[in-house]
Design a protein around this ligand. Structure first.
Ligand code: ATP
Length: 455
């Protein structure tokens, strides 16, 4: 890895990618605000995902479901009963930890706490005298289950308010709309529903910048299929998810599959794609074969059939679900880490450059007049290009400094306007990665840039 997490956080704050949430009030732990450059980056990442999985696939349909759902949804999904993490507090320094993480870190990954009971985890921690990673003491509270769903209430009369939950995942919106989408899109199984939206989790150990936050966006795709085809759809989803991660800009040597050994009782297979973050190999996204569990549970709790009627064979069945879920913020973090580079130039200076794929770069082109008295012409060029692309405009400071700034926010092209531009309507276009410059007609710019930023 070229960058530590600290470097990424500092660059993000200095250049307007990401600011700490509620900063002027001293912040609000593990919330982050995307600034002018960051919002473009994240939107472009979401757009690239949508293009790949929805726009280019005739059997995938989009959805934008409500965040607040009928609370029974969360009974059916199992979240009200079991969406919790095993927490332990260090009595000495008062820091809170996840017991499963303590075990996995202590055993350096050789022991998996997945599927361990509370008692088994407590036994492991006692037998191995696992110490507090913060203060080094061995002085734990017993394990308690910590609920991960945020609760709020609805209703106008005090005392008669009903509990509602901020959704901890977007998937349930896709499940409860399975038949709505199937009917209105006239979709035949197998087909998929995709959505991008906010999710909220009261995480015990959030942190590492955007990696684990309490409010984040998920990009999810649920494929509804017949059980007999489900394993090949699952395998195919793994390949497609990996290909997307590579195409959007992550180095294949920094990506790997991690198949789960212990599965939920209903699951047939599960795997993560891990990315080599500056904090080590960690989950980037999950792909889960969830069998017929989700639709069957909604059928049971809603009392409404969730069966699909095959129009050719007349067979009626509840489909299986293959889920692909990736955090937009976590992917943004991975792409920030991957793109970061410090290069030594021929004159001995160092430049920081973000090598984003041009399709996700916040600005596609920066328009830079060489001198202030060229600004009228430069603004003309800006108004032509900004109809097609997100453009930056900068006339302050030396041209060298302006290039450095654009390199740091990953702008793939800089267009400089000079006195020749006034004569012949040509400009110099500079490539971020090679720093090569070429002279080109203003009228040729839109096509030139369009070709280079394709995803
Ligand atoms: P973890 O084991 O890291 O808690 P998970 O297995 O609970 O994650 P899923 O429920 O499968 O995660 O969520 C799907 C994806 O959503 C994850 O792969 C990740 O990209 C993203 N995600 C989950 N929790 C968070 C979070 N707290 N902050 C940011 N992104 C998250």
């Amino acid at each position: 890895m070229k960058a530590s997490m600290d470097k990424i956080v500092n660059l993000c704050k200095a250049r307007g990618f990401v600011f700490p949430g509620s900063e002027i009030y001293g912040g609000f732990a593990n919330t982050w605000d995307f600034g002018p450059v960051g919002v473009e980056l994240k939107n472009n990442i979401k757009r690239a995902w949508w293009k790949r999985f929805v726009q280019e696939d005739p059997s995938t349909f989009g959805l934008d479901a409500a965040i607040l759902m009928n609370p029974t949804v969360w009974d059916a999904s199992g979240h009200t009963q079991s969406f919790s993490d095993p927490k332990m507090d260090c009595k000495n320094c008062k820091q809170r930890f996840r017991a499963d993480n303590l075990i996995e870190e202590h055993s350096k990954g050789s022991v998996s706490a997945e599927g361990m009971t509370t008692e088994q985890m407590e036994n492991y921690i006692n037998e191995h005298k696992v110490k507090c990673p913060r203060c080094g003491n061995f002085n734990w509270t017993p394990i308690r289950q910590f609920k991960l769903m945020f609760e709020t209430s609805r209703g106008t009369v005090e005392g008669e308010k009903d509990v509602v939950y901020l959704r901890p995942e977007t998937a349930q919106g896709e499940y409860v709309n399975f038949l709505n989408v199937q009917r209105t899109a006239r979709a035949k199984v197998p087909f998929a529903i995709a959505q991008i939206g906010k999710a909220f989790r009261n995480e015990i150990t959030p942190g590492n910048f955007l990696f684990r936050t309490v409010e984040f966006e998920q990009m999810e795709l649920q494929t509804f299929c017949k059980d007999e085809n489900s394993m090949s759809i699952y395998e195919n989803m793994k390949k497609k998810a990996l290909k997307f991660a590579e195409d959007v800009g992550l180095d294949k040597d920094h990506l790997r599959f991690h198949d789960h050994e212990k599965l939920a009782f209903y699951a047939k297979a599960a795997c993560d794609i891990q990315y080599l973050f500056p904090i080590g190999w960690e989950e980037l996204n999950g792909i889960h074969h969830r069998s017929t569990h989700d639709l069957s549970r909604h059928q049971e709790f809603s009392g409404k059939s969730q069966a699909y009627l095959d129009p050719v064979t007349n067979e009626k069945y509840v489909p299986s679900v293959i889920e692909y879920s990736i955090g937009a913020d976590r992917l943004t973090l991975a792409l920030l880490c991957e793109a970061y580079d410090e290069e030594t130039l021929e004159n001995g200076e160092t430049r920081v450059v973000m090598h984003f794929h041009p399709a996700i770069a916040p600005y596609k082109v920066a328009i830079l007049p060489l001198q202030k008295n060229l600004s009228d012409k430069a603004k003309e060029v800006y108004s032509v290009l900004s109809k097609k692309f997100m453009c930056d405009y900068d006339e302050a400071g030396s041209i060298g400094k302006r290039y450095r700034r654009q390199d740091e926010i990953g702008t793939p092209f800089c267009v400089t306007i000079d006195f020749d531009t006034l004569e012949d309507d040509t400009v110099t276009i500079r490539d971020r990665d090679t720093m090569a410059q070429e002279r080109i007609k203003i009228s040729a710019l839109p096509d030139y840039i369009t070709k280079k930023i394709e995803f």
